[in-house]
Design a protein around this ligand. Structure first.
Ligand code: ZN
Ligand code: ZN
Length: 355
């Protein structure tokens, strides 16, 4: 028998989220069920619930893709997790597992399309859509559930499942390590973890921000340097400086200005996503043999690697813990950039969201 669980979701795009009930399927042979302890609030949740990606695929739609919980039930064929384990679920809960990209451990780039943790048709339950982490409990295939080291604070670990892997994967791919100069553009949910991860990898880290407002906060997070880009002078002063520029901003930035700050064979990588065009100046790109790249969260194996790395280096998000009833206010504050640096919902508050 499927179970009904309390959740928080949107009935209509752009309307406030309310208490809802959703069905969780029976635990199949390769599924695990977990009680959700914490779920982070990511800007993508707001985009989906707000209709930025089109009408809601299902109503109600329960967002939430930064999930930490404890396993309460395992299917008969499950080998990766046991009842009582602290585990996490991020952006996706399935993929084809057979294409070139899946076989390379890059399921986020599945050529058949991955199954998002919410709002995707669910291959495990024909006719149903997945529902996310603003909920008491969830059922998911064991292969898309990762182990959360017990030494991590589970609330601060939740945002690692999307924001953390989204910055970790490109920093690793482009070789952040001692001696590497990394610039992080933007200091929000992604950017603050970009600073922490790059520092933990041993890099020399500069935060680039339009104003001087975030200087103290950036240095407190461990950044070595801070540069203001609003008046344009930093682009000249820091020309030919960085090995990696990690752009976490979800709006267009000037590529000619930023690419010019890359030193020999440096790479600027977009971890933030915008649907607006960002014209490339090819001459600047060719100078120094520069690259411009993109990155979309991360594969399951590297998500596990990221969590293990975070545990070794004590990396977690700076969070503000909220109750389910505060989600709509949290959305407004995120849109006003009024959060340092991630809201996380206490899973215990989904049971009675009015409390
Ligand atoms: Zn996200
Ligand atoms: Zn695939």
């Amino acid at each position: 028998m499927p179970t009904t669980v309390n959740a928080f979701g949107a009935h209509e795009a752009g309307k406030p989220l309310t208490a809802v009930a959703v069905e969780r399927r029976d635990v199949g042979p390769h599924d695990v069920r977990l009680d959700i302890l914490y779920c982070g609030v990511c800007h993508s949740d707001i985009n989906f619930a707000g209709g930025a990606f089109g009408p809601l695929p299902v109503s109600p739609l329960v967002p939430g893709h930064e999930i930490v919980g404890r396993v309460t039930e395992t299917g008969s064929g499950v080998t990766r997790h046991r009842v009582g384990d602290l585990v996490g679920i991020g952006c996706m809960v399935n993929s084809c597992r057979a294409c070139e990209n899946c076989k390379a451990g890059q399921e986020q780039y599945c050529l058949k399309g991955h199954t998002l943790v919410f709002g995707s048709p669910d291959p495990a339950e024909p006719g149903a859509h997945t529902q996310g982490g603003y909920s008491e409990a969830i059922v998911a295939p064991e292969d898309f559930v990762v182990r959360v080291p017990e030494s991590l604070d589970p609330a601060a670990a939740a945002p690692l499942l999307c924001a953390g892997i989204t910055v970790y994967a490109p920093l690793r791919r482009f070789g952040a390590r001692p001696g590497t100069r990394v610039a992080v553009v933007g200091l929000g949910g992604l950017g603050h973890l970009g600073v922490k991860m790059a520092k933990a990898m041993g890099a020399d880290v500069t935060v680039l921000s339009r104003s001087g407002d975030k200087r103290e906060a950036a240095l407190a997070l461990g950044a070595d340097h801070y540069a203001v880009t609003g008046d344009g002078s930093a682009f000249t002063e820091l020309a030919d400086t960085f090995d990696i520029i990690l752009n976490t901003v979800s709006a267009p930035v000037s590529l000619p200005d930023h690419l010019g700050m890359l030193r020999l064979h440096g790479t600027m990588v977009n971890a933030g996503v915008t649907t607006e065009p960002m014209p490339v100046d090819v001459l600047t790109l060719c100078q120094n043999g520069r690259s411009y790249a993109g990155s979309l969260f991360g594969g399951i194996a590297e998500t596990q690697e990221m969590l293990d790395f975070a545990a070794v280096h004590g990396v977690g998000a700076d969070i503000e813990l909220i109750a389910a009833r505060d989600i709509n206010t949290a959305y407004e504050r995120i849109l006003a950039s009024d959060v340092r640096y991630r809201f996380v919902v206490d899973g215990a508050t989904f049971a009675d969201p009015k409390a």
